[in-house]
Design a protein around this ligand. Structure first.
Ligand SMILES: O=C(O)CCC(=O)C(=O)O
Length: 288
């Protein structure tokens, strides 16, 4: 079923949300527009003589729409941020990073940007950082990223959790989830409970046999029908709050599902948690 998510309606709960088959002028415009403040001065677009006029107004409206949707649902989907060719290149690099740096057989590997210029470029890409400025009014600081890999022999469903349990007592964060393979209900795509970021949740430490994703919500009061399964094409992106209840489906198809997940927060003096994250970097200072 194709659901027009990028409207003012709530996402359709209990159904698979298939994104990438419709166009949405606002969001397309948003990701194709490179905000000057996220670019080095020599690459910033020159304003036309009469100013941006309608273009700037459209961009402002798109950012406001994105921010309102993120505030309401706790997540927002950006379609077609990366091209298929970029996904192919990133996937080859992900394989290299895993082979050279990850524990043998690991399905989660953290600190990708720290060892890969290609992923450094992705974490700072204006097509991602631009939209982030809509939901991060106090600036954007990259914190860390990780590859999460499912395959024919790594079929695990990620348990329901909220990310802030992994970084308790630190300032709020959000993550950007980008699949490098089409991510569907049968190969482990992301599942979310819209609006759950506005509630408090308790966690227990259970975890997968692999030792990944140790925390799981132990008071799951939502109904099955509240869950949205986000089926998205490779290169699309899901921005989600670190308070949003989410997980992922089992990879019953046994197909590759490479995902890069990058985490950001507002610039501020380092907290103890940050010190172990070597690739952290301010991208948009506060007040710009
Ligand atoms: O990609 C997945 O399977 C889940 C990722 C996730 O839940 C997370 O990084 O918090």
């Amino acid at each position: 079923m194709v659901v027009g998510f990028l409207t003012d309606d709530m996402p359709v709960r209990g159904q698979t949300l298939v994104v990438g088959m419709e166009t949405d002028d606002h969001l397309r415009f948003l990701v194709s527009w490179l905000p000057a403040k996220t670019l080095p001065p020599e690459k910033a677009p020159l304003a036309p003589a009469g100013g941006y006029g309608r273009r700037a107004m459209k961009q402002t409206a798109a950012l406001a729409q994105l921010a309102a949707r993120y505030e309401r649902d706790g997540f927002v989907i950006l379609k077609d941020v990366l091209s298929p060719e970029e996904c192919d290149r990133l996937k080859v690099e992900a394989r290299r990073v895993l082979d050279e740096n990850a524990k043998p057989g690991a399905s989660v590997h953290v600190h990708v940007t720290a060892v890969s210029p290609l992923y450094r470029g992705l974490s700072e890409d204006p097509r991602i950082v631009g939209p982030l400025t809509a939901v991060m009014p106090h600036g954007v600081m990259f914190l860390s990223d990780k590859i999460v890999y499912k395959s024919a022999d790594k079929k695990f469903a990620t348990p329901w959790h909220i990310d802030c349990f992994y970084w308790r007592n630190t300032r709020p964060k959000l993550s950007v989830w980008i699949p490098l393979d089409d991510a569907l209900a049968d190969n482990g795509t992301l599942t979310v409970v819209p609006g759950s970021h506005k509630r408090n949740w308790n966690m227990v430490k259970i975890g997968l046999p692999s030792g990944d994703f140790q925390y799981e919500i132990n008071d799951s009061t939502w109904k099955e029908g509240d869950v949205v399964v986000c089926a998205i094409k490779r290169g699309s992106a899901i921005i989600f709050s670190d308070r949003l209840v989410h997980g992922s489906t089992t990879n019953t198809a046994g197909k590759d599902r490479f995902v890069i997940i990058s985490t950001y927060h507002a610039p501020a003096p380092d907290e103890p948690f940050d010190l172990d994250l070597p690739a952290r970097k301010v991208l948009v200072p506060a007040g710009v």
